[in-house]
Design a protein around this ligand. Structure first.
Ligand code: FES
Length: 150
C-alpha cells in the first residue's frame, strides 16, 4: 500500500489513478485501503467511497487467483455462451461477481473479448479459450456439474 502511494503526490486529482493502482496491486479495494487513500489525498472518506462505487471497474471484495471472464457478446451468445456460463457456474458453484471460498476463482461476464471467430469464448487471467463446449468446460475446471448438467 505505502509503496503504491509513494508513486503519487497525494493530490485530489490523483484519486482515480490511486484507486486503480491500489486495486491493481491488491486485486480489490479493502475498506482500510480506502481510508488510507482518503487520508493521503485529504479527500473526505465519504467521497472516496462515493467515487469508487460510482465506477464499475472497482471491486470491494477479494478476487480469486484466476479471474474467469465469460463472454456473453452477440457472437458468443448465438453459439451457446449462456450454456457455457451455466456450466461454469455449476462447476465453480458461484455466480458472476462471485469468488470461490478458497479464492481460487472469480467469475464475471464480459461483452466481447475480441475473439469472436472462436465463439463461444472465455478468458482465464490473460489466456483465451475458444470453441468451448460443456465438455471442454469440464476439462478446464473439473468439479462436478449439478444434476441435469452434461
Ligand atoms: S462476442 Fe464473444 S468474443 Fe466477441
Amino acid at each position: 500500500m505505502e509503496e503504491v502511494l509513494g508513486r503519487f503526490k497525494g493530490s485530489r486529482g490523483e484519486l482515480i489513478g490511486i484507486l486503480q493502482a491500489v486495486q491493481e496491486r491488491l486485486g480489490y479495494l479493502p475498506e482500510r485501503a480506502m481510508l488510507r487513500i482518503a487520508r493521503f489525498t485529504k479527500v473526505p472518506e465519504s467521497q472516496v467511497f462515493g467515487v469508487s462505487s460510482f465506477y464499475a471497474q472497482f471491486r470491494f471484495k477479494p478476487v480469486g487467483r484466476r479471474r474467469v471472464m465469460v463472454c456473453q457478446g452477440t457472437a458468443c451468445h448465438v453459439r451457446g455462451g449462456a450454456k457455457i456460463l451455466d456450466e461454469i457456474e455449476k462447476r465453480l458453484k458461484i455466480r458472476p461477481g462471485g469468488t470461490t471460498p478458497d479464492l481460487e476463482y472469480s467469475l464475471d461476464t464480459v461483452a466481447c473479448i475480441g475473439a469472436c471467430a472462436l465463439a463461444p469464448t472465455i478468458m482465464i487471467n490473460k489466456d483465451t479459450f475458444g470453441r468451448l463446449t460443456q465438455k471442454k468446460v469440464g476439462d478446464i475446471f473439473g468439479g462436478t456439474p449439478e444434476k441435469g448438467g452434461e
